[in-house]
Design a protein around this ligand. Sequence first.
Ligand SMILES: *Cc1c(COP(=O)(O)O)cnc(C)c1O
Length: 398
Amino acid sequence: MTASGLMSTYAPLPVAFERGEGIWLYDTQGNRYLDAFMGIAVCGLGHCHPAVTQAIQKQAAQLVHTSNLFRIPAQETLGQRLTQLSGMESCFFGNSGAEANECAIKLARMFGNQKGVDLPTIIVMEHSFHGRTLATLTATGNRKVQAGFEPLVRGFSRAPYNDLEAVRTIARNNPSVVAVWIEPIQGEGGIHIPGDDYLPGLRALCDELDLLLILDEIQTGNGRTGKYFAYQHYGILPDVVTTAKGLGNGLPIGACLAAGKAAALFKPGNHGSTFGGNPLACTTALAVLDTIEKSRLAERADHLGKLLMTIFSTELKGSEYIAEVRGKGLMIGIETTEPCGELTRLALEAGLLINVTSGNVIRLLPALTMTDDEAKLLADSVVKIIKAWAADERSRPR
Ligand SMILES: *Cc1c(COP(=O)(O)O)cnc(C)c1O
């Protein structure tokens, strides 16, 4: 037996939290931490937002679960709200990002098989992240996620990110291609933002070759980048879009939305989930959507993102340890010229929660509900810890 009784899938930092409020977390010793990461973009409304807490409490006392063998009014309302927000037509609910993505993969396969395509193939990207199930880890562009789990799933072909020509070449030369699948901004891969013409270019290519354009907005969705979905910055609509992280503000829920030729591919019996879309999860997500709309949190994310980016650009300008600062809304990456993984531990000791992804990208995913003053405090704290780390690097023998 392991000491914790758990499989060793994680390497947690030596801290446990017992209470949260807004951008603050409190550990079991009573210490306070400024959270710039929000449980990996999950608690977009901040910890224990009152509207969400109230929805959970009320629904938990009324009805938690019934199964999809019966109609679930909150699920239908949530489906309508999400299709309106996204410009999509139909919706399926699961309990996580990976499950939402499995639904998207099954849609693409159903689409291809109905067209009579042999071995329907989905084009996926380098440095992508789509989850940890067998199909989604195969789609993920990171060998570390795949190693040891062979045989991988068939039906995926890989292209470099932000390279329209590469996708065009693969799609034109391979008649088994049925879909193109990307994150509008890559999250785990290191906050990579494509050029403005990339998504519209993919849309046009998919239209030309009758392919599905599938977007993974599990991290970018729910207002985080300054629009409800990131593709709304580019004036296009996908055929399929998945989201999860920010949708339940911590209650597990994932959604796969579809439009046009992808909207009605499934018939009863083609797909399902025991827990997916239960009354508790859907009521909670409805409270999240209400709050995002009422408090205009997508606009706030845009405003706060600009505020943070201005401070980072000014304060970190000229540092030999900073390669680039990039972001959209409240999805921000600060790339360092050296590996900077130890920054998470340094920050923790200073009462600040940040994340480092891809080895050298500090990833910030703060709450959309921050005040301007909280955002400034967050930016100052991040700058301070980076400067301390850089000074330490400089004194270290190379
Ligand atoms: C987090 C994430 C996933 C996986 O979501 P889980 O809920 O962990 O299964 C998939 N795609 C993207 C872009 C993500 O950020």
